[in-house]
Design a protein. Structure first.
Length: 577
């Protein structure tokens, strides 16, 4: 794996190259049909400098925030109350401050270009002329946003881990910049497109909109160049619209491969067309293009090495992959894995289910019932009569990290559903191997599979006979807990002591919880009745949740209700792409 020191050097070299190229290009004769340098040389230099300074400052802040006192850092990075989580407003205080900084930067761009377009006319301008100039200048707001969109902040990119940015925060930043870019571009293009029918009348609105240069105080209009610029602007708009349509969550989550292919095909087309539309795009795209190139080089470098793995089937139907190689990874992080028997082109993310100090990796996989899914094809590699099979894998990662430090917690509780158990097992294994740290570790796991409690990694933890570990396994319908049958919803179940689950941990069977396989788990009751009584009011509690969004929202709401009784630090590990 590429070390962080190498990544720092590559990023520094890229920054130096960017500065040199901009200095060189800005002083060459512009051959672009729409040379921003012709009429805004001083403005583009100043605005691009602001942009580079903005990117550098944000990167430095992301690196410095982990050095702050833990409580201050968590206050900046914690999720807002669930009542505010309405898409655009979802995210931490730090994310919202970054969003306001981006809005401020594009507003500065808008004001500069608006004033510039008003200053080139000697005639007395009407109110309509002011609005027209503003709409023309709005296009340059997209320069900043397109540059930010190119910065690699995906789940399997090196930059979030390098800058200590939580992956969900990075993805939300990318989506917000994309949404803003789409809105501004559509507004800019729509206003111009409504005037196309007046193209043959030079004194019309269309004439002023497609002016591409200034000589002295007189506007000069070149029909051929304007047509060239308009054509590529139209192509960029179409490509952007296609990307936007396939980025909606209802399509992205169900057809992720198609969403990815659309990004790969139409993303470069949109950027190249936008660059032909106006020369300023070149400068703003350079930082992201350099970082994106580094990201792909690192990815190819990591995938070059083949590793041997052993796949076997668990009693509950899950698949377990053991990879006999040591890599450096953060607690509860995930890796991208390619299995050559399934094709070199397809990669898939999986959370590591063991502690970072071990010389091997453990991955848990829940096969899909859909034959077209990658995990279903993986299950077919291992026939039912076969106990295990050797496979060849390639790895990229690891990615992600916990928002709280387990060593600073008095108690850690994990509320997970389905395959989300992987992160909880890694956290528990990490804590139980150390004498210091949390005095108790709870795992609340909802799994609809029969014999879920026989999961091998879970059994390994239980065999430690460590009194700090407490596990509650929830099932679906009649298969509620360790194959016990539900006879009455008010019945109280006693955990089996021989499974290293404390008899004092008891809970009521409920029917009004989360839908689906999690309908028996009520995080608020578990937190109030089981977890909180184990600590004092000044205790530090780390909460890890991974699974369906409904589960994570329920856990977050439970944490908000319990904050008066303890200091709670929540980490949501989302599977959203």
């Amino acid at each position: 794996m590429v070390s962080s020191k190498v990544l720092h050097w590559l990023t520094a070299i890229a920054s130096i190259l960017l500065s040199g190229l901009f200095y060189l290009f800005s002083r060459m004769k512009c051959l672009h049909p729409h040379c921003v340098e012709t009429y805004a040389k001083d403005s583009i230099t100043m605005l691009y400098t602001f942009y580079l300074i903005f990117v550098v400052i944000i990167a430095l802040l992301c690196k410095l925030i982990p050095q702050l006192p833990f409580k201050i850092r968590y206050w900046l990075e914690k999720d807002p109350p669930t009542s505010l989580c309405l898409g655009w407003f979802q995210g931490s205080l730090l994310e919202l401050l970054t969003l306001f900084a981006v809005l401020g930067l594009i507003t500065v761009n808008f004001i500069f270009y608006w004033n510039l377009m008003l200053s080139v006319s000697n005639d007395l301008l009407t109110e309509k002329d002011y609005w027209n100039a503003a709409l023309m200048g709005s296009g340059h707001m997209g320069d900043v946003l397109l540059g930010l969109l190119l910065i690699p902040l995906g789940r399997h990119s090196f930059l979030p881990s390098l800058l200590n940015i939580h992956i969900d925060s990075a993805l939300r930043f990318h989506k917000r910049c994309g949404t803003l870019f789409c809105l501004i571009s559509i507004l800019h293009g729509f206003v111009i497109w409504t005037k196309v029918t007046r193209f043959l009348n030079p004194p019309s609105y269309f004439y002023w909109t497609f002016n591409i240069g200034v000589q002295g105080q007189k506007w000069i209009f070149y029909v051929s160049n304007a047509g060239f610029m308009a054509t590529f602007g139209f192509i960029a708009g179409i490509a952007l619209s296609i990307i936007l349509i396939f980025s909606f969550s209802i399509i992205r989550r169900r057809l992720y491969n198609l969403f990815y292919i659309i990004h790969i095909l139409f993303g470069p087309l949109m950027i190249i067309s936008a660059s032909f539309h106006t020369s300023s795009i070149w400068y703003y795209c350079m930082p992201g293009a350099f970082l994106l190139s580094i990201d792909w080089i690192i990815r190819l470098y990591n995938y070059r090495k083949q590793r041997k793995g052993l796949i076997r089937r668990e009693e509950c139907g899950y698949l377990r992959i053991d990879i006999f190689d040591k890599i450096d990874f953060n607690l509860a992080s995930f890796i991208m894995i390619k299995i050559e028997e399934l094709g070199y082109q397809i990669s898939h993310p999986f959370t590591i289910a063991n502690d970072a100090n071990e010389d091997y990796l453990v991955l848990l996989i829940k096969p899909s019932l859909l034959t077209s899914k990658w995990t279903n094809q993986l299950a077919k590699l291992l026939p039912s009569e076969c106990l295990s099979k050797e496979i060849t894998v390639r790895i990229d990662g690891s990615f992600g990290f916990l928002k709280f430090q387990t060593s600073k917690m008095n108690l850690v509780a994990c509320f997970v559903g389905g395959i989300g158990i992987s992160g909880a097992l890694a956290i528990a294994s990490h804590i139980l191997k150390r004498d210091s740290g949390p005095s108790l570790v709870f795992i609340f796991w909802a799994a609809r599979e029969a014999n879920a409690e026989k999961l091998s990694v879970l059994q390994q933890l239980m065999n430690r006979q460590d009194s700090r570990l407490h596990i509650c396994v929830f099932g679906h319908a009649a298969n509620f807990l360790f194959n016990h049958k539900i006879r009455n919803k008010d019945e109280i179940l006693t955990m089996e002591e021989e499974r290293n689950i404390s008899e004092t941990l008891r809970y009521d069977i409920q029917t009004n919880g989360i839908k689906g396989s999690l309908e028996r788990m009520i995080p608020d009751d578990l937190l109030q009745q089981i977890v909180l009584p184990c600590v004092t009011t000044s205790a530090e509690i780390g909460i890890y949740t991974c699974g369906p969004k409904s589960l994570m929202d329920s856990v977050q709401k439970a944490c908000e209700n319990a904050r008066k009784r303890a200091n709670i630090y929540l980490h949501r590990e989302s599977f959203e792409w």
